[in-house]
Design a protein around this ligand. Structure first.
Ligand SMILES: Nc1ncnc2c1ncn2[C@@H]1O[C@H](COP(=O)(O)OP(=O)(O)O)[C@@H](O)[C@H]1O
Ligand SMILES: [Mg+2]
Length: 347
């Protein structure tokens, strides 16, 4: 028997007390003061207010029990040190970088936002739907349809061609073969990889593999692209190419949540949220929600401040020469070729 999904409301539809900007949800006050708070729209009442893609309300996550308990996400604490829970709202069309040092809770947050794990307490509404009461099968449907994952390690299937990889999520969703092929080719074109459709991962550079992973993440037209250190295994040239693709996707109104520890990557986001010890310590808007991401607002000015990429490249080459294991893992992997067809930011 196929379990019924709770009615997934389309974005743009609202129900009382659930929509609107952060802090107006009636569920909980927002966390620390945030420049990202979207002012209440002054539109007439009949104009629908978009439902945020992500609404975390008083979310707490602890691992283990007793003496071994780890408080991974707490949000602010009260005078007695009790966790009040973390609040985070991400509006459709935003491009949010989540930053923080190792152990600050980034992956825990990503797992909850991606419905890979449930909070210990608090609520999570994805596209306005509370996922807290869903069973595992419903959650896997939601992950398939609403979240496009991109991981640091690409997570491609070793012996499958690029095109087949991208068709996988469509196959899981029961899309017919002809339509699968058409949509997968469109996604490949979006990341400039059409001419690599028949290539397997070991025939592609790291940057190209990650572009395939992005195409696979996008092919279901998810509500958000959720990327955990997507540039972590890439050289600076491939990093730039991937970020250019993500910039264009966001310019085409794709919602992006990207976890990174690199300032240079976070510069591309419209909003930067910093975590320390499971709480949000700053939330800074770098570009308006409804506009272009920073790299496309002022490309020349943006590029001028990217000079340290060259230094990073030089450092990486030096590391590579020193580290035999790294050299080995790269052996047989062709160098990244220039992006042939750039993603046009639409599909
Ligand atoms: N499965 C787990 N069991 C126990 N502790 C965990 C688990 N996953 C993460 N933690 C702990 O939770 C905290 C936050 O981890 P994580 O979210 O992975 O941080 P980050 O991704 O920012 O490095 C860390 O103290 C980590 O050790
Ligand atoms: Mg992590």
């Amino acid at each position: 028997m196929t379990p019924r999904l709770p009615s997934l409301r389309r974005r743009g539809q609202v129900s009382p007390g659930e929509s609107g900007p952060p802090g107006e949800s009636g569920l909980a006050p927002e966390g620390p003061p945030s420049q990202s708070v979207v002012p209440p729209p002054s539109a007439p009442a009949h104009v629908p207010v978009p439902v945020p893609v992500v609404q975390l309300r008083r979310v707490v996550k602890t691992y283990g029990m007793g003496d071994a308990v780890v408080h991974a996400l707490t949000g602010p604490t009260d005078a007695e040190g009790r966790a009040l829970g973390l609040d985070l709202t991400v509006q459709a069309g935003d491009f949010v970088a989540i930053m923080g040092s190792s152990g600050s809770g980034k992956s825990t947050l990503m797992n909850i936002v991606g419905c890979l794990d449930a909070p210990t307490s608090g609520r999570y509404l994805l596209d306005g739907v509370d996922v807290g009461n869903m069973d595992e099968q419903q959650l896997s449907l939601v992950r398939n349809r609403k979240v496009g994952f991109v991981f640091q390690s690409f997570n491609l299937v070793p012996r499958m061609t690029a095109l087949d990889q991208i068709e996988l999520p469509l196959a899981y969703a029961g899309v017919k073969p002809e339509q699968r092929r058409r949509r997968a080719l469109a996604a490949l074109s979006l990341v400039g990889m059409l001419d690599r459709a028949g290539h397997r991962p070991n025939e592609l550079s790291g940057g190209q593999q990650q572009r395939i992973a992005v195409a696979r993440a996008l092919v279901m037209t998810p509500s958000m692209l959720l990327a955990d250190e997507p540039t972590g295994n890439l050289d600076s040239h491939s990093t730039d190419e991937l970020l250019a693709i993500i910039d264009r996707l966001n310019a085409a109104r794709r919602t992006v949540v990207l976890i990174t520890h690199e300032d240079e990557v976070a510069r591309h986001a419209k909003r930067v949220v910093r975590l320390v010890d499971g709480r949000i310590v700053s939330d800074v808007r770098q570009a308006p929600l409804s506009g272009l991401p920073p790299a496309l607002t002022d490309p020349d000015g943006f590029a001028q401040h990217s000079s340290h990429l060259a230094a990073r490249d030089a450092r990486a080459s030096a590391d590579e020469a020193r580290t035999e294991t790294r050299t080995e893992t790269r052996a047989g992997v062709p160098a990244a070729t220039p992006t042939e067809t750039r993603a046009d930011g639409a599909d």
